[in-house]
Ligand binder design. Structure first.
Ligand SMILES: [Ca+2]
Ligand SMILES: [Ca+2]
Length: 361
């Protein structure tokens, strides 16, 4: 099990995903224009809606795309992403060392993309059909954020990641037990599967007749037909004071208000979809891509790029429910990070892509 990257993880005081019934960004226009330091960090006053009202506000029905999606829904689970050319990366990198630039033109053939992050329910089908054991289960432990752990589990841990002491290797933590042996997913079957390594993600996608998206495909999907925008929906983090992603609100690292409704993960169908009809592309769970990690990129136009031929880490995209702008401003389409292929953690999942659709999809 490889250590999580130190720069990606946040203190999360809440113990469980909690629906707080708080839906609106409490600072009008939070997030502002491109490059502004907005976080929806609207801790001063919360929305006053009831849980039921907030649940409706973020339901699939209430958040149906207001404009026709440019991707085409195929069956219930995948979207046909049209061939096209887009600007990958940015010439205004927010995190220089991550290799977000340069902006370069990338041409892609048509492909298919999962509408949602792979959920616990979907992953369970795979495990039930194959008996697959994830790497976290084989290793016997996985990384969990300290703030998610019970006191009993914490007292049994005597080791931490030196560079990121808030991440603890928890014995018995895996996709079925995200916070260790005394936790389960019975109330989170529609949440993204966590504690899956890159190798686990590949195994799932192959079983499903799919594959992991390349980084270029993921980013193109993230942008939803928009050019040079920060987020899948535009440049404002909270347009019309509405939350569009599950990230962190509050004062890092002491207070996660859960203003967007979730201190932990959210259901994979929560929050409005982007222009291609994809949900939770940024935020909620980090998503593995197929590519090896590198930080230097050619500015030349490329056609269906697949990243470096080899490497030590794989690219992950989108940030997670633990991302706050002050620490991990990586819930942008151009943002990126990396882990070794055998890494697993309580904020890292995936979705699949495909070149063709099987009849069963
Ligand atoms: Ca949140
Ligand atoms: Ca995501």
């Amino acid at each position: 099990m490889a250590a999580p990257k130190a720069g990606l993880f946040l203190l999360l005081p809440g113990a469980w995903p909690v629906w707080l019934g708080l839906a609106l960004c409490s600072v009008p226009g939070g997030g502002g224009s491109s490059g502004e330091q907005g976080t929806c960090g609207c801790s001063a006053s919360r929305g006053s809606g009831s849980g039921e009202a907030a649940a409706w506000r973020y339901s699939q029905e209430a958040n149906a795309p207001q404009q026709p999606a440019r991707g085409t829904l195929v069956g219930g689970q995948m979207v046909s992403i049209p061939a096209g050319v887009f600007t990958m990366g940015t010439d205004e990198p927010a995190i220089q060392q991550d290799g977000e630039g340069p902006a370069r033109r990338v041409r892609l053939s048509r492909f298919y993309m999962d509408r949602y992050e792979v959920s616990n329910a979907e992953f369970e089908k795979f495990v039930d059909a194959t008996g697959y054991l994830t790497e976290a289960e084989k290793y016997g432990d996985s990384f969990v954020f300290e703030g998610m752990l019970s006191e009993r589990v914490k007292t049994e841990i005597h080791q931490a990641v030196a560079a990121a002491p808030w991440w603890l290797p928890v014995k018995g933590a895996n996709w079925r037990h995200p916070e260790g042996p005394d936790s389960d997913i019975s109330n989170r079957m529609e949440h993204p599967v966590l504690h899956v390594s890159w190798n686990d993600a590949v195994a799932y996608c192959v079983w499903a007749g799919k594959r992991l998206p390349t980084e270029a495909e993921w980013e193109y999907s993230c942008r939803g037909g928009l050019e040079n925008r920060l987020f899948p929906w535009g440049n404002k983090l909270c347009p019309k004071r509405q939350h569009y992603a599950n990230i962190w609100q509050g004062d890092f690292p002491t207070n996660n208000t859960g203003e967007d409704g979730f201190k932990g993960t959210a259901p994979v169908s929560a929050f409005p979809p982007n222009g291609y009809g994809l949900y939770n592309v940024v935020g909620n769970a980090w998503e593995w891509t197929a590519d090896w990690w590198a930080v230097h990129h050619s500015a030349e136009e490329m056609h269906n790029p697949k990243g470096p031929l080899s490497g030590t880490d794989k690219v992950k995209k989108g940030g997670s429910y633990m991302c706050h702008k002050s620490y991990c401003y990586r819930y942008r389409c151009a943002a990126r990070s990396q882990n070794t292929p055998d890494s697993s953690a309580s904020n890292l999942g995936f979705r699949c892509a495909a070149d063709t659709l099987l009849d069963s999809l």
